[in-house]
Design a protein. Structure first.
Length: 317
């Protein structure tokens, strides 16, 4: 695959390197790893400012969160999130994610992303030792695995699609969600465990009423939230699969081809993948992997082993 004219070839695969991070202690005392990205240009030649990427030590989050301003979502999106939260507030049988904390000590957690490479790992997931290994499916990964191969599904996005889960027997699946998620999930999942953190991006102080259920760290990708969940549950080993962070063979998800229009909208660029070939990623995926990378380093220092076993993409371990 040859790069499109005007599209930058940016970097080799992301690796578990500590050299690219700067340690920083926030005003609250919370340790963090920081990455300052150099500005780059998209296919149209427009300069893109890459964000400062921060991963915070998950074991210290009681020292305080960052005081971020709400994201500048369009009014229509803010209205959707506000409507979703009201539906979840009115729902019955709500449980808190903190009920799951410290319930999986000594076990292994598989965090499954919806990258195309997840299709290669179905056999290993199906044959796992279910008494010692649990699976968290992030977003559309559930559709690949099926309910019989998933212990928990995690969603944080207001735009999550009900067809990711519709038609499955969800009686034995725990749903980990925030109040920004679509209200259709209330009827789909009976075992719902809520966490605070998904409303502040659109509603000032929107999460205060949800803090009693427990909180999970937010990032550019839902898997960052899933990693915090795995850490809080006490897993001794976390294994990532399906985390390509790239449009593997030009697939956005396992069953969704990427269009040229969407690729341009997402500011895509070419990177070398873990096999030494060229692939396409975008700024959001790239930054998400940087956050997962940094957070993994920090929780490994706290005694949790983290392994990325994704068979495609730009995230090398």
């Amino acid at each position: 695959m040859q790069p499109m004219e005007g599209t930058p070839v940016v970097a080799r695969p992301i690796v578990w390197s500590r050299k690219i991070y700067t340690r920083k202690r926030l005003e609250t005392g919370l340790e963090s790893l920081v990455v300052l990205k150099e500005p780059t240009k998209n296919a149209a030649g427009k300069q893109i400012g890459w964000f400062e990427v921060i991963a915070r030590r998950l074991g210290q989050l009681d020292l305080g969160m960052l005081n971020n301003d709400p994201m500048k979502f369009p009014p229509t999106v803010r209205e959707v999130i506000a409507t979703n939260s009201k539906a979840h507030e009115a729902a019955q049988d709500k449980r808190g994610v903190k009920e799951l904390f410290d319930t999986a000590k000594g076990q292994t957690c598989i965090i499954a992303g919806s990258g195309r490479s997840l299709l290669k790992d179905l056999g290993a997931i199906r044959s796992r030792d279910r008494g010692r290994t649990q699976v968290i499916a992030v977003n559309a990964a559930f559709k690949i695995l099926g309910a019989e191969n998933v212990d928990m599904v995690l969603a944080i996005d207001w735009s999550a699609k009900k067809d990711w889960w519709e038609g499955e027997n969800l009686d034995n699946v725990k749903c980990i969600l925030g109040a920004a998620c679509p209200p259709e999930m209330i009827e789909l999942f009976k075992n719902r465990y809520y966490f605070a953190g998904t409303l502040s991006s659109a509603m000032q102080d929107g999460d205060k009423a949800w803090e009693k259920y427990g909180s999970l760290e937010q990032g550019f990708v839902a898997s960052y939230c899933a990693l915090h969940l795995a850490y809080k549950m006490g897993f001794k080993r976390v294994v990532f699969v399906g985390h390509d962070a790239a449009y593997t063979d030009m697939w956005y998800h396992h069953n969704e081809k990427i269009s040229m229009e969407r690729s341009e909208y997402l500011k895509s660029s070419f990177h070398e993948d873990i096999h030494g070939k060229m692939t396409v990623t975008d700024m959001r995926m790239y930054q998400g992997m940087q956050m997962l990378n940094a957070a993994s380093i920090l929780i490994e220092e706290d005694g949790v082993e983290v392994v990325n076993c994704s068979q495609e993409g730009i995230w090398a371990s």
